[in-house]
Ligand binder design. Structure first.
Ligand code: NAP
Ligand code: ZN
Ligand code: ZN
Length: 359
């Protein structure tokens, strides 16, 4: 087996589903000829980080270092790297590799790789034989094919959430041809939901937000929503029965999907991006009488992620963020569970270095 040189770096991770996140040391490989080493400046906090850290999807390998909304600066490149040089800004999203030869990889759909894509954390690391470790860390080493360019005109910390929340909403909105003349529902105004509002508006659609939180109504309008519906108010919900062309559901917990299917017009589609732990029952008669579709969508391919970043650069779209230090991550997870984030936590990774100096 090829001998790989490694460097030990500081990270934040967890050893068990019930354990809090704390400082850990992990190994990063020295860049191989096609690798880029990135010093991580900011990392967004996705609800998937929490689902994984707490083993809610039942497949977490510990220790687990989450984080897949990564932006930073290139500090070293392998000898064959052509896309990046030292000093460039760079970003990494939810994937760091795939087989690159199956029919899906060849169609730029690496997220659906037939052999399974290699996710940024909690996937097998073919270089080191461990699991992959994510962005709650000082640095990361990734093959340049899976590293993205960052638009220079956008605030860097607020770009980080685009790497998951941005692409996960952009991809289905584009795939289902959302655009002018369409009424689009966004369910759940969290990290993904608030990006969906901004992107669907930029694509020209009329956007209606469905939220369980009265405190988010004004914000939803500020973010660009044409209308906001309190989803626990039956009277408000009835007004939209059979009216929407498309719905993007970004809710992280159990909820009644039939209530939303019934808002679709004939031939309308509801696409699930939220991934609650428990199954969501679907009534046959929520679909049959209006020829409705119920589908799912996972992140987006690498080329499409770059397209989304460029689209956001052109339309001046970034995430609304609340910056935290890495030491606040456990508190941030608790707030995420309560829907109490406006609208994405982003970790200032400088806090990881500071902590280690103080200790
Ligand atoms: P988030 O910021 O926590 O937002 C989730 C939102 O769902 C909350 O803000 C809340 O919105 C709503 N919600 C929460 N609990 C609810 C409940 N019990 N009933 C109804 N609504 C509830 O999470 P996120 O980071 O946007 O992620 C959302 C989901 O997408 C997660 O399950 C995550 O794992 C998944 N995800 C999937 C992909 C993919 O590729 N498909 C990628 C990334 C994330 P309101 O306050 O407005 O009601
Ligand atoms: Zn994510
Ligand atoms: Zn593949």
């Amino acid at each position: 087996m090829e001998v790989i040189e490694v460097k030990e770096v500081k990270a934040f991770g967890t050893q068990a589903a019930e354990a809090p996140l704390e400082e850990v040391n992990i190994n990063r490989r020295n860049p191989t000829p096609h690798d880029v080493e990135i010093e991580i400046l900011y990392c967004g906090v996705c609800h998937s980080d929490l689902h994984t850290a707490r083993n809610e999807w039942h497949g977490t390998i510990y220790p687990c270092v989450p984080g897949h909304e990564i932006v930073g600066k290139v500090v070293r490149v392998g000898e064959h790297v052509s896309k990046f040089k030292t000093g460039d800004l760079a970003a990494v999203g939810c994937m760091v590799d795939s087989c690159r030869e199956c029919e899906y990889c060849r169609e730029d759909l690496e997220q659906y790789c037939a052999k399974g894509n290699i996710q940024t954390y909690n996937s097998p690391d073919k270089h080191l034989g461990t699991q992959t470790y994510g962005g709650y860390s000082e640095s990361i080493v990734v093959d340049e094919s899976f590293v993205l360019r960052v638009p220079e005109n956008l605030d860097l910390a607020a770009v980080a959430p685009l790497l998951c929340a941005g692409i996960t909403t952009y991809s289905p909105l584009k795939h289902w041809h959302v655009g002018p003349g369409q009424k689009v529902g966004v369910v759940g105004l969290g990290g993904l939901g608030h990006m969906a509002v901004k992107i669907a508006k930029a694509m020209g659609a009329e956007v209606i937000v469905f939220t369980t939180s009265p405190s988010k109504v004004e914000d939803a309008k500020r973010l660009g929503a044409d209308e906001v519906v309190l989803s626990r108010d039956e009277e408000q919900m009835k007004r939209y029965a059979g009216k929407l062309h498309f719905i993007l559901d970004a809710v992280s917990a159990e909820h009644d999907i039939n209530t939303y299917l019934n808002l679709l017009r004939i031939d309308g589609s509801l696409v699930l991006v939220g991934a609650p732990e428990q199954p969501l029952p679907v009534a046959a008669f929520s679909l049959i009488p209006s020829r409705r579709s119920f589908a799912g969508s996972m992140i987006g391919g690498i080329a499409e992620t770059q397209e989304m970043l460029d689209f956001c650069g052109k339309h001046n779209i970034v995430s609304d963020i609340e910056m935290i230090n890495i030491q606040q991550i456990n508190e941030a997870y608790d707030r995420l569970l309560k829907g109490d984030v406006k609208y994405r936590f982003v970790i200032d990774m400088a806090s990881l270095k500071k902590a280690s100096v103080e200790v």
